[in-house]
Design a protein around this ligand. Structure first.
Ligand code: ATP
Ligand code: MG
Ligand code: MG
Ligand code: MG
Length: 565
């Protein structure tokens, strides 16, 4: 067994803090900063210190092992990307203000990659010429850049963050379904190994386009997504998915009319399919209200609403028709989905391209934007009126009728069947069995690697601090020298023995720091086992403590070492 490292706290480039950082809103942000894992460099931009880097590397390793296990091949593509391929797919504009754009010294346009469908498509176009070269799954673990409108919540929503993104390429639809299933299973293993509590939820395809999409959501107070979960059956859906996507708007923040009613706009059939409910209902417009707030709105296509059927199929507690009069007398129904707050949780309406103060009125074929405080019908024409579907706690599950639970969650992973959207835009064909070109079909799959660290911190922390599952912890054992030279000597000796047996050790050998402070720090840092060389060091007796349960026991050094190796 190779020697594992011993990290001495006396030399560690990280200071623990007694107080929460002033700007921290969520638990993971507070604890990761206080325990010396990360430091803020600028809004939404973070530096990883040694302990944080170890946890991040452990998450990366697990992701890498499970990707390799499904036959995916790791590559490393640039983060600094040319404009042209993103121009070809329309995303140079559609991505809006979230895209970091920059120019080189010659005035050429570039972007910092927020996600890499275009570049992977071009790579495969360059490398694969025949159906024999497919299927293939490629992935990278790479820094991504998104100029998030409200980078808050620390590591959970960075403007620079680490993502595992993979892309599958197949010639046939069945192949895509298989690649998707492989990823789904790999993600289940990844999140189980990470020790994350998660649900797989029906999701909207969002900015990626495509047909089928599911999200891996980790329930946590700090989460920015809300999902409906059935306590009795398998039904789970992001409330975003109970709504559907408005088409992207152009870079100026004004949506183009032709962007609204395209073949990509989900129909009631695809919507119903993604929710696993029968598709006999017709539906014109839909709003989703959570905690009394309208959080989603969408236009599924040019169809008539039959409210009875909407009620029957979505089984909502309340279906509310919004009339022209409502728009005049209840401007909140208009503005409920326009402000920065009301829009925050919805893929498209959360899009920062919708400038603050922009309001959206949905029409069958048109979206109008207006400044705030305008009254629909008075200040502008309304073509269509929206119906409100309220999804509330206790609403019957569409599959089994049991009362739904609504919970907050963190999106830790997202898998998409993209279909041929990117292959069409960039003309990715391979020669088929019959010698004729075949258009390739694609999937794309993301894991928020840095976000997973924060999600784990959120789910596993207790009132004393961080509390890592073994596989991701920055060390296996935190050895505390609680006393003077004798204790320090014993602590270093035990650390050496453990390391020789392959156990990763963090040892608190700081001189002039009281045992009380060291114990508090050990609990804050959250290594699973704590070994204390203290009162009975002279007898060769140490204390072994479990960070999670708090169970402690005194035992001879040799027994403690045996227990930990
Ligand atoms: P969100 O809804 O939270 O903005 P997203 O749907 O825009 O996320 P995707 O495009 O699906 O994100 O990217 C794949 C994964 O990357 C997400 O599931 C998430 O785990 C992670 N991710 C996305 N944005 C961020 C961010 N700003 N900071 C950290 N991780 C992120
Ligand atoms: Mg999302
Ligand atoms: Mg996003
Ligand atoms: Mg997503």
């Amino acid at each position: 067994m190779a020697n594992a490292p011993v990290q001495r706290m006396s030399q560690l480039m990280a200071k623990t803090l007694r107080d929460d950082p002033a700007d921290a809103e969520v638990l993971s942000h507070k604890l990761l900063v206080r325990a010396g894992y990360v430091r803020r460099t600028a809004a939404g931009i973070w530096s990883w210190l040694p302990l944080g880097k170890k946890v991040l590397a452990n998450v990366e390793r697990i992701v890498r092992e499970e990707m390799d296990a499904i036959g995916a091949q790791e590559v490393s593509l640039p983060a600094l990307l040319p404009r042209e391929p993103y121009e070809a797919t329309g995303r140079w504009n559609e991505y809006g203000a979230e895209l970091f754009r920059l120019q080189d010294r010659k005035g050429g346009d570039y972007l910092l990659g927020p996600t890499h469908e275009e570049i992977f498509t071009l790579l495969v176009k360059d490398q694969a010429s025949s159906y024999k070269d497919l299927p293939v799954i490629l992935y990278q673990i790479q820094t991504k850049f998104r100029d998030e409108a409200r980078p808050r919540a620390g590591i959970l929503r960075g403007r620079e963050f680490l993502m595992k993104d993979s892309y599958s390429f197949d010639t046939a639809d069945e192949g895509l379904a298989e690649s998707y299933a492989l990823h789904r299973a790999a993600y289940q293993r990844i999140f189980e190994r990470l020790g994350l509590d998660y649900r797989i939820c029906a999701a909207t395809a969002g900015a990626m386009g495509g047909s089928k999409s599911e999200e891996f959501l980790a329930p946590a107070e700090a989460g920015e997504d809300t999902f409906a979960d059935c306590p009795n059956c398998d039904f789970a859906a992001n409330t975003e998915a109970i709504s559907y996507a408005l088409k992207p708007v152009d870079a100026t923040g004004v949506p183009a009319a032709e962007d609204i009613d395209t073949p990509d706009t989900p129909t009631i059939e695809t919507l119903a399919a993604s929710l696993g409910v029968p598709a006999s209902a017709t539906l014109k417009n839909l709003l989703v209200k959570v905690d009394g707030e309208i959080v989603a709105v969408g236009v599924p296509g040019d169809r008539e609403v039959d409210l009875d059927k909407v009620e029957a199929h979505f089984a909502p507690a309340v279906v509310e028709m919004v009339t022209e009069a409502d728009f005049a007398t209840r401007p909140d129904l208009v503005r409920g989905y326009v402000g920065p707050q009301g829009l925050e949780k919805v893929t498209y309406l959360a899009d920062p391209r919708v400038a603050p103060g922009t309001s959206w009125i949905t029409g069958a074929n048109k979206v109008n934007t207006h400044a705030r405080n305008v009254v629909a019908g008075r200040d502008f024409e309304v073509d269509e009126y929206v119906d409100v579907v309220v999804v509330e706690e206790g609403d019957p599950c569409p599959l089994c009728g049991t009362g739904l639970k609504l919970d907050r969650a963190i999106e830790i992973g997202h898998i998409f069947q993209l279909g041929r959207k990117y292959a069409d835009a960039l003309k990715l064909d391979v020669l088929g069995q019959n010698g004729k070109p075949v258009r390739v079909t694609m999937g794309s799959y993301g894991v928020g690697v840095s976000r997973a660290v924060a999600a784990l911190a959120e789910q596993s922390a207790d009132d004393k601090g961080l509390c890592w599952p073994k596989e991701v912890a920055p060390a296996d054992v935190h050895v505390v020298a609680a006393g003077k030279a004798l204790q320090t000597e014993l602590a270093l000796d035990v650390s050496g023995q453990l390391a020789a047996a392959g156990v990763r050790v963090l040892v608190d050998d700081r001189a002039g720091v009281s045992p009380g402070v060291k114990f508090t720090d050990a609990e804050l840092i959250g290594v699973p086992k704590i070994l204390v060389a203290g009162r009975r060091a002279a007898e060769g007796i140490v204390e072994l403590k479990d960070r999670r349960t708090g169970d402690r026991e005194e035992l001879p050094v040799a027994d403690a070492v045996a227990r930990l190796t």
